[in-house]
Design a protein around this ligand. Structure first.
Ligand code: PMP
Length: 333
């Protein structure tokens, strides 16, 4: 690990692996969270962002210091990573986000100078869906379309960095890896890196309500039911290219509903001083379930995707939570 990082690009990755004390004590396992909220853009998606941009540079489609524009459709975090990475290179970023995503992420994108297009949320089958919208916009602008869902440079970034870091940080003492999927880049890349070292590592996809990926793992066809207040994870109707390429590496899938996710978000913050967002809470809940399945003495690694401050108006808003019949943080009552 370099002592001095070279700008935003050099500061992405090499995040700590944090032992989650309460989850570990409750299960008799080692439950370890990869602190991706410590990336300079605040999320695991900084890795995908620079991986995708490096691939575009290698193809000569973006050149440092020369005019360039990147367009992406995102739940917010990939857009934040791309916008900051673009700022560091003198490029422009145009970021398309469904307006249902947290106000904090939209404000952050505006704050860092992204050209933000907040559009109505539509299903993937609708041409107005943010992914299709961003593709059309990139064509109109003659810009680079990052295409995080199907651009395999995303998973490759995790195969080259996140996965090997986890392997080295655990000294190879790892029995299972679990995480939720948006694009599936994290799961696919980490799974490939870990299984190459140790084929017996158990890979478990964690899925929120409203997502069809659990059924996709089990039957090959996505089927979505219910809903979730988590952001950036779950897919109702399709397995994106980054995830689809890794299906044979996935050993199981489990559903985590919002109350179980929130319990971990509140618990980690109140008792361990670790402030994470909803997908990280869901990931920890999933790691606990996997630990209970495997029994004491195992090591389970998961991803702490981003930080709680990005969702203050939702996950830490008693009125928002009460309206949905969800538990509230006792200290905010
Ligand atoms: N958590 C959060 C908060 C995210 O924004 C994302 C990406 N949209 C993920 C998890 C999922 O990561 P991936 O795209 O690598 O599956």
């Amino acid at each position: 690990m370099a002592r001095v990082a070279d700008g935003f690009w050099g500061a992405v990755g090499e995040t700590p692996l944090i032992r989650l004390r309460r989850a570990s004590e409750a299960t008799g396992c080692e439950i370890l969270g990869k602190a991706e909220f410590m990336n300079p853009g605040g999320s695991v998606k900084d890795r995908a962002a620079i991986g995708i941009l490096k691939a575009a540079m290698a193809e000569g489609r973006l050149v440092p210091g020369q005019p360039g524009t990147i367009v992406e459709g995102t739940a917010g975090n990939t857009g934040i990573g791309i916008a900051l990475a673009a700022n560091a290179m003198g490029w422009r970023s145009v970021i398309v986000v469904p307006e249902t995503q947290s106000r904090e992420k939209l404000d952050y994108l505006r704050m860092i100078g992204a050209d933000l297009r907040a559009i109505p949320a539509k299903p993937y089958s609708d041409p107005g869906n943010y992914v299709h919208y961003s593709k059309r916009l990139a064509e109109e602008l003659g810009a680079v379309w990052a295409n995080q869902f199907d651009n395999l440079a995303n998973a490759r970034a995790h195969e080259d960095t996140t996965g090997p870091e986890i392997w080295n940080q655990t000294g190879g003492r790892i029995d299972a890896f679990t995480c939720a999927c948006g694009t599936g880049g994290t799961l696919a890349g980490v799974a490939r890196a870990l299984k190459a070292k140790k084929p017996g590592v158990r890979i478990v996809l964690a899925d929120p309500g409203g997502s069809g990926l659990l059924d996709w793992v089990k039957t090959g066809t996505p089927k979505a039911e219910g809903n979730s207040i988590t952001e950036g994870i779950g897919q109702a109707a399709r397995a994106p290219g980054n995830l689809a390429q890794a299906r044979e590496l996935i050993d199981d899938a489990i559903r985590i509903e919002d109350p179980e996710m929130l319990e971990q978000v509140f618990d980690l913050q109140a008792h361990e001083g670790i402030s994470v967002g909803g997908s990280a809470g869901l990931n920890v809940a999933a790691a606990i379930r996997v630990a209970r399945d495997l029994g004491p003495g195992h090591t389970i690694v998961t991803i702490l995707c981003d930080g709680a401050a990005r969702y203050q108006s939702k996950l830490f808003n008693p009125a928002f939570l009460r309206e949905r019949g969800l538990p509230t943080p006792p200290w905010l009552e």
